[in-house]
Each structure stands twice: as structure tokens, then as C-alpha cells.
Ligand binder design. Sequence first.
Ligand code: HXC
Length: 516
Amino acid sequence: MEIPKTIIKLRERRDVAMLGGGVKRIDEQHAKGKMTARERVNLLVDPDSFEEFDLFVTHNCSNFGMDKQKFAGDGVVTGCATINERVVYIFAQDFTVFGGSLSKTYSDKICKIMDMALKNGCPVIGLNDSGGARIQEGIDALAGYAEIFWRNVMASGVIPQISAILGPCAGGAVYSPAITDFVIMDQQNSYMFVTGPKVVKTVLNETVSTSDLGGAAVHASKSGVAQFISNDEREALMLIRKLLSYLPSNNLEDPPYLPPSDPIDRACPELVDLIPENPNKPYDILDVIHAIVDDGEFLEVARSFAQNVVVGFARMNGYPVGIFANQPKVLAGVLDIDASIKGARFVRFCDSFNIPLIVLEDVPGFLPGTNQEHNGIIRNGAKLLYAFAEATVPKITVILRKAYGGAYCVMNSRHMRADLVYAWPSAEIAVMGPKGAVEVIFRKEAMDSEDPKAVLAQREEEYREHFANPFRAAEKGYIDDIIEPQRTRFRLIRALEMLANKKDSIPPRKHGNIPL
Ligand code: HXC
């Protein structure tokens, strides 16, 4: 059969369009160790599942001779595909066309798939690699960004939004990824900053490299902007697939169930003597998490930021859960500003997307000191409290060891409407640790005695006997049961089954006023 000329012409146009900025630019992109936008999309999605839209769209700008420079697609690849057979909408910025810079038509393409994703209840994934606003377009490019930001906000909490930063991301352009639920940065080639090193030098006379200012390591460990870093682009794309496997497509769906192979009643004998005798000795909370979740698989979120708490996704009997835990190995698992912010954002994400929360608690309190107080531990610690109080998903707490003071209240306590609270026999639930408590209430008595040290030691022992156990709380019904550590997996799965049909709500309102 002879192929009609119209089809031949379509194919020719399509072939040219598929080259984006052309072969030379593609070679340059490869020379930097970067993939093209289409190569990235193809690696990310299920084979042959990508349906591209607006392949022939071009920009409308005529400033500075731009009308003579047009590329089909205009620097962004947009469309729809499946990942693990579930529909997702994608945009991938194409650095080979005007450095991936954003024009108004480019933004219209992104807005189109964002609108479709929201209407159809599917995640949006953005692959970012762009020189920012297309300078020749002036305010039209800024208008385009603002249109995207508005959609990011409208979609927040309705559909999951994931950003991978695989190249430059600067200026106001950073705010679109910042609003999305997760940011993954490739540590080879990506950076994010509001103002680059040159402006920093001019304004502040500070010399700083691109990577020291806004590289992946900085955003993963210091600013908290990036929740994941990858060793290369491929790993970033695989991380997106993995992350999505825990998430529902929208806020009206349940997260995806995967038939489990790990028995629900598998005992965890390694937990029996995990807690050291000495309450000041650390242990690794990841040992607990890996022991209790299905097949030991845990996707840790924001691993390098505020390492005194650990958050992430796992499955229990095939159902996704969000885990929030203190990490006794780092700063004794204390709550500080960064930990509170990290935890609050994670709790709110899980609550938005119907992911039950499990809290593993071993917390000596909030971190004291002028640094914390002056930078707002009150305001920021309140975020965590607020997030737990507001969450209506199933909420279960296991107190492993310390649950002291305000941190006891904040970390999903019974009084903040945790559905179930369990404690290990090693739990110590009290207003503060024995040493501090005794110094407050028995200091005068000790000073008046002949041997203050001995009096304090004696009182400390009494205090420890009285409060450093879970029985006081159990007698008052503040915890539902004291469980043996090796049964934690089984008891948590049972608890999740009990709460599977939980219905709860908060008073109707426009929105609350979380302390920001
Ligand atoms: C138009 C741009 C561009 C831009 C890059 N290009 N950025 N064209 N508008 N914003 C073009 C370059 O002119 C060049 O075209 C091609 O893309 C590749 O760029 P190179 O500079 O050769 O690449 P590289 O050396 O890898 O450097 C990449 C870069 C640099 C670091 C991103 O291009 C750069 O600094 N660009 C400007 C970044 C910027 O200041 N953007 C505005 C930010 S403000 P030719 O044809 O010469 O090869 C902003 C406001 C957003 O975005 C506000 C939202 C609210």
C-alpha cells in the first residue's frame, strides 16, 4: 500500500520535532552527562505508554528576532503515560531549545497537562532542566510561571506532585517545585537558587560556587528543599517510580495495596534486647523499622535533613503506611526546629493522601537553647503538634523508650486523638528525665542535707522507679497496651486492620491557621 503524502509529511514534521533543538544541541546535552527530555520520559514510564501532546506548538514571541527562531514543541515535552500501569501526567523541560527557558506557550503546555491531571485525578511529574524565564518574552514568561504556581497550589493535597531537578532551576522558577510534594535532585547536574552566585557576589560580596549555593547536597541536608538526592538521572527517575508505588493517584483513593509475601505474624526477635539497659545509650531506629515492615523495605524521605527524626513509606501486610520515628542515634532523637518541620510536612502529606501513620517514639523532649528559641522552636514545634492533631487518617503510636514532656503530648499522644497507643516495657513516660526532674523538685532538700549528692541519687532512683516505666500511663488508660517488642509487627498490622474503616473529620472551615 502506498503511504499517502499527508502521512509522509506528518512523519517528516514529527521526526524534526522529535529532535527538539537539533542534533548539535542534543550532543551538547549528552556531553554534559545529561539525557534529553524525551530520553528521560521514556526511561521513566512504562514502555511505549507515553502519549505526547502539543508536539507542534511554537512560541508567539517576535522580540529580538525570535520570530525567526522557532522549534516545534517550544522547549517542553508534555503528555500522559503510565507508571506501573497507573496513569500519570508529565512535563519534561527540554534544555536543547533556548536552554529549556519558559515562554508563555511553553507554560500553556504545562498548564494543560496540570489541568488534565487535576480533572482526572492523576499525579503530575515535572522533570526540570531550564534556564528560567525566557528573557526575550519579558512579562509573558513571568505570567506563564504564575499560571503554573497557581495550579501547583490548587493541586496540592488533591493529586501527588513530584519534581525532579535534572539541571538548572533558578530565580522564581524554583517555587513551582518547592510547592510540589517531593523534590528529587540529581547530584551530578542540578542546582536550585533564587539568586545565583553572580548576584550574591554583587549584592553581598560573597563568593560561593553554584553547588555550594544550591546543589543537591545543600538542599538535601541544609535547606530541606529536596527530599531525595540521586547519584544520576536514571536513579532519580527510578525513585519517582518507587515513590509512586506508595501513593494513591488522588486524595479520594486509597493508596495501592500489593499482595504481601511477608507473614503478618512474623516475630521480630531482634527487637527483644535492642533497647540498651542504659537509657542514655543510643540505638538505630532503622533497625526497628526494617524489622517490622513488610520485607524490611522502607523508602526514607528527607534522609539527610534533620536526621534526629526519620520519616518515610513502607508497607504493612501490603498496605502503605507513613512512619514517623525519633532517631536516638542522632541528638538522642530530640525534636528541634528542622525535625518539627520535616515531621509536620510528612504527616500532612500522609493525611492528605489517606496514608495511615505509625509513630515510633523515643524522645527526650524539645531541644533547649538560645539558638532554638530565637529561631522559633515554639512556632515550629507547634507545626508538628498541629499536623498530628489535624490528621484524620488512622494514627498509631508505639512508645519504645522515652516519652518526655511536651514532646510526649506532641508526638501523636492519646490526648491528641491517636487511635491506638502502645508502649514497650522499656517505655518511660514522664514530664522529664529522672536527673532533671530530681534537680528541680529535690534540690532544696539536697542542699539542706549533709550529703546532697547522695540525696539526689536516692531521689533519682525513686523517681526512676515511679515514672520510668509504662505502667503509670497504662493504669490511667493513656496507653492501650504494653506490648512485647517481638510482637510489634503483628500488633501494628492488627491495629491497622481495626482502623481500616476509620471515618473522622475536623470542623468545617475555610482553612486552619497553622503557625507558619
Ligand atoms: C532565553 C536562554 C535562557 C533564558 C539560557 N538560554 N537561558 N534563552 N532565556 N532564560 C539560552 C542561551 O542563550 C543559549 O542559547 C542556550 O540557552 C544554552 O545556554 P548556555 O548559557 O549556553 O548554557 P549553559 O552554559 O549550560 O548555562 C546554562 C545557564 C545559563 C546557567 C542556565 O544559560 C544562564 O545563566 N541562563 C540565564 C539564567 C537566568 O538568569 N534566567 C532568568 C532567571 S529569572 P544560544 O543560542 O546562545 O546557544 C527567572 C524569573 C522567573 O527565571 C520568575 C518566575 C516568577
